[in-house]
Design a protein around this ligand. Structure first.
Ligand code: ATR
Length: 271
C-alpha cells in the first residue's frame, strides 16, 4: 500500500520538507508520497482527525502550529514535553503521538559538521523563540555547563530561562557582545541574517577563536555571521543540516527506513 505523510503549516509554500522527504523516497525506492498541506489554525483539529482516516502515517508540523498540535496529541515524548511543542506527529492505534526532533536535529548537525567540538564550555544563544527552546534543552542534555540567552525582547528570554535550572541565564540584547569571552559555542536562533531580514550586527571580537559558531538560518547558507566567524578562524556549522537531521525520525517512523543525511541530500534540498 502506498504510504502517505506530509507537512502542515500556514504558510507552507516555502517548506523544503517535501523536497527532502521526496529525495529519500526516491533513493530508497519506497512506494510513498510526502505532501505540503496548507492548514489554517481553525482547521487544525479537524485536519488531524481526518488525516489518519485518509491513510496518513503522520506529518511534520511547522509554523504556527507546533504548540497547538502538542496539546491535541494523545501521547508525547519527553523531549516534546520539555519544549511544549511538537514538529513530528505519528498516527497509530487511533491516537496522535507527538515528538519534537528539532533539538536532536540541531545536535546531530553539530556532531556531523564539527566532530571535534566538545560541550565543555559555556554557550551563548541568541534568540528566545520556539527554536531556541529545543536547542537549549538539547545543549543541556549534551552537558554544556552554562547557557546565556540574549534576546531583543528580554522578557521572552527570562520566560525561557525560567523553564530550566540555574545553568541558563539571561543578558540584555545589547550586552551579548561583551559576554562572548570564554564561550565554546555561539548559536543564532533569531531570524537576523535571513534573506529579506535585517543583518546580524553582533561583533565577534571577544569570542575565543576556537569557539564553534552556528546559525539556524540557512537562506542564505553562508550567513554573514558564519562568514565573519570563518574569516577570524572560528569553526562554523551552517543551519541546513539541522533541517535535514530533524527529519530523520519522522521518515523512519512513517516509511520504515532510517535515512542518511549526506551531500547528495544537501544538494537535492538546495537545488
Ligand atoms: P522561532 O519559533 O522559529 O524561533 P520566533 O518565535 O518568531 O521564531 O522567534 C524569532 C526570534 O528572532 C526571536 O528571538 C526574535 O526576537 P523577539 O523575541 O524580540 O521577537 C528574533 N528576532 C526577529 N527579528 C529580530 C530583529 N530585527 N532583531 C533582533 N531579534 C529579532
Amino acid at each position: 500500500m502506498t504510504r502517505l505523510a506530509g507537512v502542515i503549516g500556514d504558510p507552507i509554500g516555502h517548506s523544503r520538507s517535501p523536497r527532502l522527504h521526496g529525495h529519500w523516497l526516491r533513493r530508497y525506492g519506497i512506494d510513498g508520497h510526502y505532501v505540503p498541506l496548507h492548514v489554517r489554525a481553525d482547521d487544525l483539529a479537524r485536519t488531524l482527525d481526518l488525516l489518519p482516516r485518509l491513510g496518513f502515517a503522520g506529518v511534520n508540523v511547522t509554523i504556527p502550529h507546533k504548540e497547538a498540535v502538542f496539546h491535541l496529541a494523545e501521547t508525547a515524548t519527553d523531549r516534546a514535553r520539555a519544549v511544549g511543542a511538537a514538529n513530528t506527529l505519528s498516527f497509530s492505534d487511533g491516537a496522535i503521538h507527538a515528538d519534537n526532533t528539532d533539538g536532536a536535529g540541531f545536535v546531530a548537525n553539530l556532531r556531523q559538521g564539527a566532530p571535534g567540538w566538545a560541550a565543555d564550555r559555556p554557550a551563548l544563544v541568541l534568540g528566545a523563540g520556539g527554536a531556541a527552546r529545543g536547542i537549549v534543552a538539547a545543549l543541556l542534555d549534551l552537558g554544556v555547563p552554562e547557557i546565556t540567552l540574549a534576546n531583543r525582547t528580554e522578557a521572552r528570554a527570562q520566560t525561557l530561562a525560567a523553564g530550566f535550572d540555574d545553568r541558563v541565564g539571561v543578558v540584555p540584547w545589547d550586552r551579548a557582545e561583551a559576554r562572548l569571552g570564554g564561550r565554546g559555542l555561539l548559536v543564532n536562533t533569531t531570524s537576523l541574517g535571513m534573506a529579506g531580514q535585517p543583518r546580524m550586527a553582533l561583533s565577534l571580537d571577544a569570542l575565543p577563536h576556537d569557539a564553534l559558531v552556528t546559525d539556524i538560518v540557512y537562506t542564505p547558507l553562508r550567513t554573514a555571521l558564519l562568514t565573519r566567524a570563518e574569516l577570524r578562524g572560528n569553526p562554523t556549522v551552517d543551519g541546513l543540516g539541522m533541517l535535514l537531521h530533524q527529519a530523520v525520525p519522522g521518515f523512519a517512523a512513517w516509511f520504515g527506513v532510517t535515512p542518511e543525511v549526506d551531500d547528495d541530500l544537501r544538494r537535492a534540498v538546495l537545488s
